[in-house]
Structure formats: structure tokens, C-alpha cells
Write a protein that binds this ligand. Structure first.
Ligand code: ADP
Length: 495
């Protein structure tokens, strides 16, 4: 039992975790983190309990019951038959009570997920909650969900606890009836039943009651577990929209170009990218500019296949990205985003992220190029110092330089920079900008830029508006278009 319990939990959690790693990013914009956490912790636990229950139900108790029933049958078949007639009736009653348990249990787990989501959001948003005096509102929100959860839980417990007394009452009734009927038979002296035999019969019969009680409780636990299995299934069965083809082609080198050919994309019904045609040659720096919400990040997400086009294609060296091996494709590119993502571990592991055996010298070199070496060396333990939860011990600029060092370390031929400096003050921007320029050297880069000053030297500037390319050219060319989008954006920023 110990082995089965422990392995069930391990295997299920592993399956869930691997699925989370495989699911497309879009899955997590809809799902709540707390809900997923509940599924991987509590729901798995519920399933474990229900597996144990079913083992008890299938193997241990039925054998006991069977042995006793055979003995009873041999000694007084009339009385045994009479007792067995009552069985379906009891089964029906138990079934009725337990029927709604599964859905109640599922609802309870759902509410627990909602509860954890609130806790998760509170933990990550404490600064804002305190700053905006929103403690009261959060308290109420938590209180409401907590109460709803408790209400459902009460319903679940009430039903689950009913299992034991229910079977006890039912079996007592059966014993009373057996005493009555058996007593009458014994007094009449029919069959082989005499008074001693009747006492023995009742004694043995009463031994059947505990295992039957166990079976009923197990049945109720299984019903509860089934609700959790449904919830695990929802995640395990979720569609992996972005999948590698079985005959995917390898790609080890970036040789010629990245091309968008007639690309359309929509998150919902409204297209966010409309007929995008764009070619980025090897070695070029291409900047995408445009208003917020124009579709710049969406365009960039298509290259590493975080999302797939609805129509048209994205080609690398003439090959559709959907035909390539996913890991190969992603090895080709480094991503530095607006919000640097750091893990709660050392500088060393953050910079050498995803590598098996990081070499300190190489990491130091990368950090040096990213203007990060100095402040890392100033910390107590240098490269072995911890960056804190999501890098909270560092300033925004420092975090960004670590994420640039990570990209330098990975040494990809293609770079995707998503507004990497827009969240920074001027001083850190200078350091980060300098790091970015060094990172971009000899690489092909796609830069999403808010501040036009940072991309004036780009080989090609593409202006995106409402999902369409409205202008493209060099800085000088675009500035010369009278009343052009770029010229207007530029004059706004100059002010
Ligand atoms: P930009 O990077 O230019 O600011 P985005 O590419 O982020 O623009 O977004 C383009 C449009 O797509 C916006 O209108 C935005 O609301 C919408 N959008 C972005 N991400 C999602 C998403 N995950 N689900 C639904 N709509 C989205």
C-alpha cells in the first residue's frame, strides 16, 4: 500500500508538471495560477485517497465478506438469502446519498483554487495593496471566497461522514430482522437452525458489518476522488496547440533570413496582425515601432513559436518555423523582455540558465559585457549570491542586465528585444543600452522599441499600426515622409 500510494502521487504530479511545461503560453493567460497549484497539490492528494480506498474496496474487504457469507450460507441458507435480499435496498440508499458527492467535491476544489489564486495575487501584489490601502477590499474578497469554500466543504463532509452511520444503521436493521426471522425459524425448529446455531449465525453476521462499513466509506471516498480526477483530466487533456511535427526538420545554423509572409493572427475574433510581410536579413537590426496595442509583441512571439500564425507563414532560411524542431528553433534565439524574469537562485545559475555545467569564467565574461560584473562582485558572495524571489533584491536595471548577460551567455544568432529599456531610468538605461549594443554586435536583432532614440541606427524601422505595417525604411527615409506615422511619433517624443 505504501508503495502504491507514494508512486501514484509521484507519477500524477510528474505528469501534471510535464504537461504544464508543454502547454502553450496562451493556456496560462486564461488559467489562474492558484487553481493550477490546487490541482497539482490537493487534487492529486484526493486521487491518492481514492486509490487507497478502491484498493481496500477491491481486495481486502470483499474477501472477508465472501468467506463469512459462505459460512453463513452453509449453516442456514434461508436466513442468508433473506439477509442478502436486503442488500440491493441498502446499496440503492447509499448510492442516492453519494451521488452528488462527486460534483460537490469538484466544486469545493474549484473554490479552493480560487482561494489560492487570491493568496497568490496578494503575495505578488502586496506592495500595491498596501500602497493603495486596498487591505480591506482584499480582506473582503478573501473572506467571501473562504466562506464559499467552507460552505461547499460542509456539504461534502456532511455527505462523506454520512457513509459510516448510514451503513451502521442499515446493518443494525438487518441484524434485528435476522434475529426476528431467525428466532421464528429456530422456535419452529425448521431446517438445521437451533438456538445455538442462531447465536453463532448472528455473531458471524456481525463480523461482516465492519468490512461492509469500510466498503461504503471507500465508495464515498472514490466519489470524492472522481471529482478530482475530472479536474486533473481537464489539464492533462488540454490541447497542446503548439506541437512539433513528428518529422520536424533540424536547424543548427541561421544562414540567411527571417521572413513573415502574409501573416494573420487573432487572439479572439478580432485580428491583431493583418497581412504582415517583412524580411529580416542576417546581420540586420530591425526595429518595430508603433502605438501600444499595435501588435508588436504579438509579431515577435511568432518567431519562437510562442503562438502560431492563423494564416500565412513565418520562415527561417526559407523553412516554415512550424516544420522545424522546436528546441533547435529556440536555440537560435535569445529573448530579452521588458520584465526580466529571474529565478530565486544564484547569479551564476540565473546567467547560465538552462545549462548543465556552467563555467564560471564564461559567466563572468558574459556578465562583464552586460555591465553586470561590478555589482555582482560587490555582493557578499559574488556569483553565488542569491537574487531573491524574482530578483527582488536587485534594481530594475540590474535585473535587466542579468537577463542580458543570460542572452550573451546563450550566444544565439538571433535576438528578440521586447522594449528592454522602457521600464528603466536614464542612468540604468544608459548602462543597459550599452549592454544591449554589445549584445547585438554580429547578430540579427528584432527590437520592439518605445523610445525612438534607441533605434535610430537600425537598418530597417517598421511602423505597425492596428496590426498592419504602415511604413518601413531607415530613420532618415521615414523622417522625410511628410505627415508620416514615424515622423509624427518622433515629434511627439521630441517634445
Ligand atoms: P504591443 O506589443 O504593440 O503593445 P500586443 O502585441 O501586446 O501589442 O497586443 C496587440 C493586441 O492584442 C492588443 O489589442 C491586445 O489587447 C491584444 N492581446 C495581446 N495579448 C493578448 C492575449 N493573450 N489575449 C487576448 N488579446 C491579447
Amino acid at each position: 500500500m505504501a508503495y502504491i500510494r507514494a508512486s501514484t502521487v509521484r507519477d500524477l504530479r510528474k505528469k501534471m508538471y510535464l504537461k504544464i511545461l508543454r502547454l502553450p503560453l496562451s493556456f496560462f493567460t486564461d488559467a489562474r495560477k492558484g487553481d493550477l497549484m490546487t490541482r497539482i497539490s490537493n487534487d492529486v492528494q484526493e486521487v491518492e485517497i481514492s486509490v487507497v480506498a478502491s484498493l481496500t474496496m477491491i481486495f481486502r474487504d470483499p474477501i472477508t465478506v465472501l468467506v463469512f457469507v459462505i459460512w453463513l450460507f452453509i449453516n442456514s441458507y434461508q436466513l442468508t438469502l433473506f439477509a442478502l435480499i436486503l442488500l440491493p435496498l441498502s446499496g440503492w440508499l447509499i448510492g442516492r446519498v453519494s451521488r452528488t458527492l462527486r460534483s460537490s467535491s469538484m466544486m469545493g476544489q474549484q473554490k479552493l483554487g480560487r482561494l489560492l489564486s487570491v493568496v497568490e495575487e496578494t503575495l505578488s501584489g502586496l506592495r500595491i495593496i498596501k500602497g493603495f490601502n486596498a487591505e480591506k477590499k482584499m480582506k473582503e474578497q478573501f473572506g467571501a471566497v473562504n466562506d464559499q469554500y467552507s460552505k461547499i466543504l460542509k456539504r461534502v463532509f456532511r455527505k462523506a461522514y454520512l457513509a459510516s452511520p448510514l451503513s451502521e444503521v442499515l446493518s443494525s436493521i438487518v441484524v434485528i430482522l435476522i434475529l426476528f426471522v431467525g428466532g421464528s425459524l429456530a422456535l419452529k425448529g425448521s431446517g438445521n437452525l437451533n438456538s445455538q446455531m442462531l447465536i453463532a449465525f448472528v455473531l458471524v453476521f456481525s463480523q461482516i458489518i465492519p468490512p461492509i462499513k469500510n466498503i461504503t466509506t471507500a465508495w464515498f471516498n472514490i466519489q470524492k476522488g472522481l471529482g478530482s480526477i475530472d479536474r486533473l483530466e481537464q489539464v492533462l487533456g488540454a490541447e497542446e496547440k503548439i506541437q512539433e511535427k513528428p518529422d520536424a526538420l533540424p536547424i543548427k545554423e541561421f544562414i540567411d533570413s527571417i521572413e513573415f509572409r502574409g501573416v494573420w493572427y487573432a487572439y479572439n475574433s478580432e485580428p491583431v496582425l493583418k497581412d504582415i510581410n517583412l524580411k529580416i536579413k542576417k546581420g540586420q537590426t530591425v526595429a518595430i515601432v508603433g502605438k501600444s496595442g499595435a501588435g508588436k509583441s504579438t509579431l515577435a512571439d511568432l518567431i519562437p513559436r510562442f503562438i502560431d500564425v492563423d494564416r500565412g507563414s513565418v520562415l527561417i532560411d526559407g523553412k516554415d518555423v512550424r516544420d522545424l524542431k522546436m528546441a533547435d528553433l529556440r536555440y537560435l534565439m535569445g529573448i530579452v523582455s521588458q520584465h526580466p524574469i529571474l529565478f530565486n537562485t544564484t547569479f551564476l545559475e540565473n546567467i547560465a540558465f538552462g545549462m548543465d555545467v556552467p563555467e564560471l569564467e564564461k559567466v563572468k565574461n558574459a556578465a562583464g559585457i552586460a555591465n553586470a560584473n561590478d555589482f555582482i562582485m560587490d555582493t557578499e558572495n559574488g556569483y553565488d549570491d542569491n537574487v531573491g524571489e524574482s530578483g527582488n533584491k536587485l534594481s530594475g536595471g540590474q535585473r535587466q542586465r542579468i537577463s542580458i548577460a543570460r542572452a550573451i551567455m546563450a550566444n544565439p544568432p538571433i535576438l528578440i528585444l521586447d522594449e528592454a529599456t522602457s521600464a528603466l531610468d536614464t542612468e540604468s538605461e544608459r548602462l543597459v543600452q550599452d549592454a544591449i549594443l554589445k549584445l547585438m554586435k554580429n547578430r540579427t536583432s528584432l527590437i520592439i522599441a518605445h523610445r525612438l532614440s534607441t533605434i535610430q541606427h537600425a537598418d530597417l524601422i517598421v511602423v505597425l499600426d492596428d496590426g498592419m505595417i504602415v511604413e518601413s525604411g531607415t530613420h532618415t527615409e521615414l523622417m522625410n515622409i511628410k505627415d508620416g506615422f514615424y515622423a509624427k511619433l518622433h515629434s511627439f517624443q521630441a517634445i
